[in-house]
Design a protein around this ligand. Structure first.
Ligand code: FES
Length: 175
């Protein structure tokens, strides 16, 4: 039986033409990808609020929660002097932290437990570690506890300037 070279040749040409189109398509796709430096930067979770004076260093005692409200009167919180430097801690010893006391789960008011430096929810028992930036260690909440971004001035006044997570009950961290 005689072999048909014409059909084989046509088949090869169509295959090569198809490969060429695929190569051009792939090259186009590569060219249209944005350069890494052109991509949008991942936004920070922290939200800036107006700077509010919350207390003075002299007002705080180690392991005692000092009640405050930030960024407004509907957002209760606490300042706690922990006695050792911790993440997010401010002041000369880096041991002063501030947190909202509205549980991120359903907004119950949290209580400070000095024995293990946690904020605890009476609603469904979520617990948050004050020495670890408000990290949730137990319970129903689905986010860590919002921690204040703070600074201390030369007079020892403590200011909050932002919060690093969404406050309970708010659609956004914008006043
Ligand atoms: Fe705090 Fe549910 S309200 S765990």
């Amino acid at each position: 039986m005689k072999r048909c070279d014409t059909l084989v040749d046509i088949g090869r040409r169509q295959f090569l033409r198809g490969a060429g189109v695929a190569t051009v398509g792939a090259a186009t796709a590569i060219v249209t990808l944005p350069a890494p430096e052109a991509r949008a930067a991942t936004p920070l979770a922290r939200v800036s609020y107006p700077s509010n004076r919350l207390a003075n260093i002299a007002d705080l005692k180690v392991d005692e929660a000092f009640d405050v409200a930030y960024p407004d009167d509907d957002a209760p919180g606490v300042l706690i002097k922990l006695g050792r430097a911790v993440p997010g801690g401010v002041g000369p010893d880096g041991d002063i932290v501030g947190f909202t006391t509205l549980c991120p789960h359903k907004g119950y008011l949290l209580n400070f437990n000095a024995a293990d430096r946690t904020l605890n929810c009476p609603g469904h028992y979520s617990r948050f570690d004050c020495e670890a930036g408000g990290q949730q260690v137990w319970g129903h909440a689905t986010q860590n506890l919002p921690q204040y971004a703070m600074r201390v001035d030369e007079k020892g006044d403590i200011y909050a300037e932002g919060v690093d997570e969404l406050l309970h009950g708010r659609l956004s961290n914008v006043l």
